[in-house]
Write a protein that binds this ligand. Structure first.
Ligand code: UD1
Length: 424
C-alpha cells in the first residue's frame, strides 16, 4: 500500500495552481443524466472520486469520453447520457463513495425510476439521507427503502412543490434541485445549502436549459422545464484545496500564491488565517499568503454551513493550532465523529484535549515526525501539514483517502519546496 513520506522543516514558497472542485464536479457529473444530449465538463480534477463517478455513469449506460487536456488546461469529460439503460447504482460503487447517492434525483426525474444502494455509515459519522428522500417525496416521488436500497419511482412527471429542509444538507439540496429541474411547475427549496458548489451545479443546470434562481441563498427557486439539452460547463476552483495550501504556507512561515482560485468562496477561512497572523492579498484569481517567517497564532473556530467556517477545513486548522502560539478551541458542529485525526496528531507530539464536539489545542514549539495513519480525506491533509513542520520524517499510511480529494498533492507541495515523496 502506498504511503507518503514528509520531511519537515522547510518554509513553503512559490505558486500553486488550484484544481477544479471535487464537491462541484461530482454533482455536475450526475446532473448530466438529466440531459437529452452530451454535456462537456471542463476543469475536471484528477481524483479517484471522479473516476468512481465516471464508472457509475458508465455502468448506467452513459457514454464517457475523457480528454486529458494539455498542460495548464485541466482535464475535460464529456458525458453522453442518451444511451443510459440501467437505473441501479450498486452497493460496490456506492460504498466506496457516498456522493454516488447524487444519481438518485436525476435518474428518478429523467427516467422515472432509480435504485440506489444506501450509502450507510462512514468514518466521520452516520450521515443519513432522510433529507434527500423527504425532498424527493415532496415532489411526488414514491420511495421505499428495501434490502439496503433506496427504491424510487414516479407516476407521471414530478410536481414542483415547496420543501423546507430540516437540516442544511449540501448533497440533499443538490439531489432535490436536480430533480426539481425537470418537474412540472415551480419548486421552492427552503433552508437550502448555500455552498458555492450548489451554485456551480445550478449554473451548469442553467447552461443545460434549466431555470434555477437564487442558488447561493437559502431559498432556491426552480421553474421546472420539460427537457434539458446538452451543453458545457467549467467547474469552479476547489476552495478546500486552496485553503489547505494556504494553511500549509501559514504553518511553515512561508509565502504562497494560489492561482486559479476564488477568494470570494473563502471568506471565513481567509479571516481565520488573518487572525493567525498571515498577510493576505487577493488579486483576480490569485491569493497570496505571506507569513513573513512568523509562527502563527492559535485561532478559535466553529464549523457550520456556508458561508461560515467549513468542516472540510477543520482538520487542517487543528494542525495549524498544534504548532501555533497560544491555545485555540475548535468546535465541530456538522459531523459527530470528525476528530479522528486527533489521535494521530497526538502521536506527533501535539497537545489536544477533546470533550465531545470540542477540541482544545495548545500549541507546542515543535512536533516530532512519526508513522501515522490517515483516517479520512481531510484528516489525511492535516497529517501532511503537520509533517511539513515536524522534526524528521513523518510517514502517512492509508493515503487512498487523500487521492479521493487532492490532485497530485505531493507534486504540488514539492513545487513549493516541500520534501515529500510517495512510496509503495
Ligand atoms: C457535503 C460534502 C462534504 C462536506 C459536507 C458538509 C460533497 C460531495 N460532500 O457532504 O465534503 O463535509 O457537505 O459541508 O459535497 N444530514 C442529515 N440528513 C440528510 C443529510 C444530511 O441529517 O439527509 C446531516 C449530516 O449527518 C450532517 C449534516 O446534515 O450532520 C450535513 O451533511 P451534508 O451537508 O448532507 O453533507 P454531505 O452533503 O454528505
Amino acid at each position: 500500500m502506498q504511503k507518503i513520506v514528509v520531511e519537515g522543516g522547510l518554509p513553503l514558497n512559490g505558486e500553486v495552481q488550484i484544481s477544479g472542485a471535487k464537491n462541484a464536479v461530482l454533482p455536475i457529473l450526475c446532473a448530466t443524466l438529466l440531459a437529452d444530449g452530451p454535456v462537456d465538463i471542463g476543469n475536471v480534477p484528477h481524483l479517484h472520486d471522479v473516476i468512481t463517478t465516471a464508472k457509475l455513469l458508465g455502468e448506467l449506460g452513459a457514454g464517457i469520453t475523457i480528454d486529458e487536456g494539455t498542460l495548464g488546461k485541466g482535464r475535460s469529460i464529456t458525458v453522453d447520457p442518451t444511451t443510459v439503460h440501467s437505473h441501479v447504482a450498486p452497493y460496490e460503487l456506492v460504498k466506496t463513495m457516498r456522493a454516488s447517492v447524487l444519481v438518485l434525483g436525476p435518474l428518478l426525474a429523467k427516467y422515472g425510476q432509480a435504485e440506489v444502494s444506501l450509502p450507510g455509515g462512514c468514518a466521520i459519522g452516520s450521515r443519513p439521507v432522510d433529507q434527500h428522500i423527504k425532498g424527493l417525496q415532496a415532489l411526488g416521488a414514491e420511495i421505499s427503502v428495501d434490502h439496503g436500497f433506496i427504491k424510487a419511482h414516479r407516476n407521471g412527471r414530478l410536481k414542483g412543490a415547496r420543501f423546507v429542509f430540516d437540516v442544511v444538507s449540501v448533497t440533499g439540496t443538490e439531489n432535490v434541485l436536480m430533480a426539481a429541474a425537470l418537474a412540472e411547475g415551480t419548486s421552492v427549496l427552503e433552508n437550502a445549502a448555500m455552498e458555492p458548489e450548489v451554485v456551480d451545479l445550478a449554473d451548469c443546470l442553467n447552461a443545460m436549459g434549466a431555470q434555477v434562481e437564487n442558488a447561493g441563498s437559502g431559498r432556491i427557486i426552480v421553474h421546472g422545464v420539460e427537457r434539458l439539452h446538452g451543453g458545457s460547463h467549467q467547474v469552479l476552483p476547489d476552495r478546500i484545496e486552496t485553503g489547505t495550501f494556504l494553511v500549509a504556507a501559514a504553518m511553515t512561515g512561508g509565502r504562497v500564491t494560489t492561482r486559479r482560485s476564488r477568494a470570494d468562496t473563502l471568506d471565513a477561512v481567509l479571516e481565520k488565517l488573518r487572525q493567525a497572523g498571515a498577510e493576505i492579498t487577493v488579486e483576480d484569481d490569485r491569493i497570496t499568503l505571506d507569513m513573513h517567517g512568523r509562527r502563527p497564532r492559535a485561532v478559535d473556530l466553529v464549523t457550520a454551513p456556508y458561508p461560515a467556517f467549513p468542516t472540510d477545513m477543520q482538520a487542517q486548522f487543528m494542525a495549524l493550532n498544534c504548532i501555533a502560539e497560544g491555545a485555540g478551541v475548535i468546535n465541530e458542529t456538522i459531523f459527530e465523529n470528525r476528530f479522528m485525526h486527533v489521535n494521530e496528531l497526538l502521536r506527533l507530539g501535539a497537545d489536544i484535549r477533546v470533550d465531545g464536539h470540542t477540541a482544545v489545542v495548545r500549541g507546542v514549539e515543535k512536533l516530532s515526525g512519526a508513522p501515522v495513519m490517515a483516517t479520512d480525506l481531510r484528516a489525511s491533509a492535516s497529517l501532511i501539514l503537520a509533517g511539513l513542520v515536524a522534526d524528521g520524517e513523518t510517514t502517512i499510511d492509508r493515503i487512498y483517502h487523500l487521492d479521493r480529494g487532492y490532485e497530485n498533492i505531493e507534486e504540488k507541495l514539492s513545487g513549493l519546496g516541500a520534501r515529500i515523496r510517495r512510496i509503495s
